[in-house]
Design a protein around this ligand. Structure first.
Ligand code: GLP
Length: 242
């Protein structure tokens, strides 16, 4: 595991973008898992700028979102469809046919999960997974206790995750209770992983994930077992690491 620390959020995001762009230039049709949340916003801005300046084309890129809410309208202000559209897809040249998001409104969610795994296998699996980190150590929506070998599945969101994700919803009651998430096994099968974390609120969980015991209680601790993880942090988070 390689840990890179930067003075601030912008610099760490620029580094993450450099790594992603380098991979796309080397392998234009690479398969990348994409996160949502606050943490990757500046990364998406950097990637967008790169694409709009004509430096790099994303026309062959294949992207799979890590997760999605169950039973939330696609046009809801807090939906992941809108997040991805507004922060990335509408601004770059990733073809629609190359971007996958599990359909949280489908009638048969188990089928959606199996189909997501099938689609991933058909394109050869993940070359890169870009991850944020939940305050309880979740990766995508793999909550504490998730088996390490899990594939894409439906998950009941914990009260703390629903609380943390309440921004953009009218109130906590409106936050979905379930989500579809790539499993830990799906994520850990990626050839390369980039984990991003910034800000004071993440410092304790980052320390547990990177330097604590490997345990299902902290899903991100399984990253310690992966052979090719780059962790990109800002100073606020890294200050706690020994
Ligand atoms: C959500 C997402 C995760 C994300 C996490 C952290 O739960 N499903 O993929 O990593 O939030 O979000 P943030 O970056 O806003 O702290």
């Amino acid at each position: 595991m390689k840990i890179l620390t930067f003075d601030n959020y912008q610099l760490m995001s620029a580094k993450a973008a450099d790594l992603v762009i380098a991979l796309i230039n080397e392998q234009p049709n690479c398969v990348v898992a994409l996160p949502t949340g606050q943490t990757p916003l500046a990364l998406y801005q950097e990637l967008t700028a790169e694409c709009q300046q004509g430096e790099t084309s994303f026309q062959q890129l294949i992207v799979f979102n890590l997760d999605n809410y169950v039973a939330l309208a696609k046009d809801h202000p807090a939906s992941y469809e809108r997040y991805m559209q507004e922060n990335f897809f509408s601004l770059v040249d990733v073809p629609k046919a190359n971007s996958y998001m599990p359909d949280g409104q489908a009638p048969d969610l188990d089928w959606v999960c199996d189909d997501y795994e099938r689609a991933l296998q058909e394109v050869g699996g993940l070359d890169l997974a870009i991850l944020g980190l939940g305050l309880n150590g979740h990766l995508a929506f793999n909550e504490p206790g998730t088996p390490v070998a899990s594939l894409t599945h439906v998950v009941d969101l914990s009260p703390s995750t629903r609380q943390a994700n309440a921004v953009g919803f009218k109130d906590i009651e409106e936050v979905p209770r379930q989500a579809i998430t790539m499993g830990l096994g799906t994520i850990l099968s990626a050839k390369q992983i980039i984990l991003l974390a910034s800000g004071d609120s993440k410092k304790d969980i980052v320390k547990q994930a990177l330097q604590g015991p490997i345990t299902p209680a902290v899903p991100a601790s399984y990253l310690q077992q992966h052979h090719n993880v780059i962790v990109i942090l800002d100073q606020a988070v890294a200050a706690e690491l020994s």
